[in-house]
Design a protein around this ligand. Structure first.
Ligand code: ROI
Length: 161
């Protein structure tokens, strides 16, 4: 059984509803249990500023799915919630589900980079992760608490709905 942390992001078509639907879908995954959910945050867009604020959160899972199987499942949830994948690497999205951490694995394949690319510097990942895993250490031995202390909040606040 493995422990994973999933980052959730949305800035289109009712992010609060998207997040709740995504969490309901995570609860339905095979071989998987949702064991913790962070508070929801409102963050400033990273990338072009002419897009809505994001809802961001982190979900903790126990799973016996492999990293690739989990990725397949997350992409199918994204797709069922209207995610369109094309030329919008820095653009708005209805739902993003990213594998942040999978046990202490370091994965670098065409489809998957774990720990997630740039998570060490993103306030909208570090703060919700810290809420549910304050004692976490990353595979490269960095303490999450040190990363959080070095990371400006950049306007990050709790989501009000
Ligand atoms: N910006 C914020 N604040 N939150 C995200 O989840 C997010 N996701 C993205 C880009 C477009 C890079 N910007 C983001 O993919």
């Amino acid at each position: 059984m493995s422990i994973c942390y999933i980052a959730l992001g949305s800035n289109l078509e009712d992010p609060f509803a998207q997040a709740n639907r995504a969490i309901a879908a995570l609860h339905q995954l095979p071989q998987t249990t949702v064991t913790n959910i962070s508070p929801f945050y409102r963050s400033k867009p990273l990338g072009p500023q002419d897009q809505n604020d994001y809802l961001n959160a982190v979900v903790k899972l126990n799973t016996t799915l492999s990293p690739t199987e989990l990725l397949d499942q997350l992409q199918s949830i994204e797709k069922s919630q209207g995610r369109v994948r094309k030329n919008n690497r820095w653009g708005a999205r209805t739902l993003d589900l990213d594998i942040l951490l999978y046990d202490n694995l370091i994965i670098n394949t065409d489809r998957l980079t774990v720990p997630h690319y740039h998570m060490q510097h993103r306030e909208f990942v570090l703060y919700p992760l810290y809420d549910i895993a304050p004692d976490l250490t990353l595979p490269d031995k960095q303490k999450l608490s040190d990363l959080v202390n070095k990371c400006p909040k950049n306007g990050l606040k709790k989501w009000e709905e």
